[in-house]
Design a protein around this ligand. Structure first.
Ligand code: PLP
Length: 391
């Protein structure tokens, strides 16, 4: 009888009666890391109206929505110019090329920021050199950058990781004496800083991604280069459009097609009006998590004040896998941003065999991202906090 049941795929193991706690856990949906549908639903009518406007306009690339977004985003950031492009990685590469660095020169960057800057540096025909990050903020510092500079370095890329502004004033000071350019990677930091002096206006040039999960996210891919240097803006405009100086006339090498389309521009204009309040909400989510984690075995990186837009809620744990398993058991989704430092990525390990980045390397095994987006419900935040208190 038992054998017959097993052949039919029926388990004959003795079942324990289900506890109330397990039943409760099974009946509650997971707290998601992100939920883009809720973001759409929150602004549904405004977004539908913007989309309909574009569809009926007959203009789908490089039109009035795109021009208006470039103007409005430059004003918001506090830069003289904004050049819309197709995504954040293109923005980094075009920004680098716009600085006109010596071919093959070195670009200093962090190795803990998801490989995006390294990808752009390599694609621009330049060579990454890595500086270590601060153990508390996980950002580059003036000292860590200064320690790796020499005459072959043409540019430093500073990523405002997790939404927190790096010490740009300090880093600029170190670079000024050597005439090295500063590129801000603002993909995770849209809106950080004070009005008129926000991320994207603090270096020579900056790159933004509008990937859907970003604080300012499109409904597809998108990106932008911002700068107050007229020469850099002019080159960026050419580079995103085949290197053209005039129609069908190529005046700049290294060009490509990288455009922000009318639909994304129109939808981003709607979103931009809500960015500051979303960032405030994100900060309040992290404040709750940080308070809940006090006195536990983990530490949630704080996100206080306007210099932090709380893109990701990140905890640091000695035993990351145990924390992750406990959170999963409590129905909390997590991810790691980022698990593999750039100099350990398989195709490049041989190039950076001598690199020593102890903080970057150690933290890559300790960090864990928690659910963090403006539409999280109070119940969901409470559930994450309850799970954190148990760690
Ligand atoms: C810090 C950082 N830089 C660059 C990028 C690249 O942006 P995209 O995915 O739009 O190419 C991202 C995100 O994806 C990012 O988080």
């Amino acid at each position: 009888m038992t054998k017959a049941l097993e052949r039919e795929g029926v388990s004959t193991a003795i079942r324990r009666p289900e506890t109330r706690l397990n039943a409760l856990k099974r009946s509650r949906p997971t707290v998601p890391l992100n939920d883009l549908k809720r973001g759409f639903d929150a602004l549904g009518d405004q977004l539908q109206a913007a989309a309909a406007r574009v569809l009926s306009s007959g203009w789908y690339v490089q039109g009035p929505e795109h021009q208006a977004f470039e103007r409005e985003f430059a004003a918001y950031v506090g830069s003289a110019d904004c050049v819309g492009v197709a995504n954040g990685t293109d923005a980094l590469e075009i920004a680098l090329r716009s600085l006109d660095p010596a071919p093959g020169s070195l670009v200093v960057t962090a190795a803990n920021a998801g490989m995006y800057s390294s990808t752009a540096i390599r694609r621009a025909g330049l060579r990454p050199r890595y500086a270590d990050v601060d153990p508390d903020t996980l950002l580059l510092t003036a000292d860590s950058v200064a320690s790796v500079l020499d005459d072959d370095v043409s540019v430093v890329v500073v990523t405002h990781l997790y939404g927190r502004l790096a010490d740009i004033a300090g880093i600029r000071e170190v670079l000024r004496a050597r005439g090295i350019a500063l590129l801000e990677d603002c993909a995770q930091a849209a809106g950080a800083g004070a009005p008129g002096a926000r991320a994207g206006s603090l270096g020579d040039v900056a790159a933004f991604s509008f990937y859907p999960t970003k604080n300012l996210g499109a409904f597809g891919d998108g990106g932008a280069v911002t700068t107050s240097r007229a020469d850099v803006a002019e080159r960026a405009r050419r580079l995103r459009m085949y290197g053209w100086t005039a129609k069908y006339e190529v005046g700049e090498d290294g060009g490509r097609n990288s455009r922000l389309d009318e639909m994304q521009a129109a939808l981003l204009r709607v979103q931009l009006g809500h960015l500051d309040s979303w960032n405030e909400t994100r900060r309040s989510v992290i404040a709750r998590y940080a308070a809940a984690a006090e006195g536990t075995s983990v530490r949630v990186l704080p996100a206080e004040g306007h210099d932090h837009v709380a893109h990701l809620a990140v905890l640091v744990a000695e035993d990351r896998e145990a924390a992750r398993a406990a959170l999963a058991a409590a129905g909390v989704q997590t991810d790691v941003h980022y698990p593999i430092p750039d100099h350990w990525q398989q195709p490049f390990v041989a190039d950076y065999a001598g690199a020593s980045l102890p903080v970057t390397e150690e933290r890559s095994g300790q960090i864990l991202s928690l659910p963090c987006f403006p539409e999280l419900t109070t119940d969901e935040i409470d559930r994450v906090c309850a799970a954190l208190r148990e760690l």
